[in-house]
Design a protein around this ligand. Sequence first.
Ligand SMILES: Cc1cc2nc3c(=O)[nH]c(=O)nc-3n(C[C@H](O)[C@H](O)[C@H](O)COP(=O)(O)O)c2cc1C
Length: 189
Amino acid sequence: MVKILAFSGSARKNSFNQAVATAAADAARNAGAEVTLVNLGDYPMPIFNEDDEAASGMPDQARAFKELLLSHDAFIIVSPEYNSSYPALLKNAIDWASRKQSDEKPLEAFRGKTALIMAASAGALGGMRVLVTLRMLLGNIGVNVLANQKAIGKVDTLMNDSGQLTDEKTLSQIAKLVEELATTTQKLK
Ligand SMILES: Cc1cc2nc3c(=O)[nH]c(=O)nc-3n(C[C@H](O)[C@H](O)[C@H](O)COP(=O)(O)O)c2cc1C
């Protein structure tokens, strides 16, 4: 069974992107995958600094997040667009997880993994520009990013009062993408 880790690039309480990650995780479970949904806010880690790493090693929360990446075959990453790129929260977590420890191969948490990337914003473009930068980043560290992706514009109009993504058309598009992630990951395993 394919193991998928889903998370967003936002730790905001009512995050649109985390709501999309939650919907995608549900869809992945329905597609038969084993899914772990996490919130980066539950893994607070300092801004990466090589001096701190040399002095104290990898902080526990960074190690815990990296262990999650290592133990899954594929990722669903839903990122806010901050000034046309990814938020520091997401980049910092990836930077920590990219650090090699003991007998690991370089970039072991990422190389050969598969990813579906999405973005959500109340703006009309849905954060489509962050997908360009996120695709480049993940590709450069060895992740096979699905060609198909989704930027969800005006996402605030597609949710219910409890902050869940409820728009049927969007949910069905996400379900298709998630199925593709599961199938592609299975083929590559
Ligand atoms: C520093 C900053 C920069 C932003 N830049 C963009 C942007 O370039 N494009 C966009 O669509 N929204 C931008 N936004 C608005 C975010 O899309 C909005 O805050 C969104 O709700 C964040 O995602 P979340 O709901 O998952 O936390 C920006 C917000 C912040 C705080």
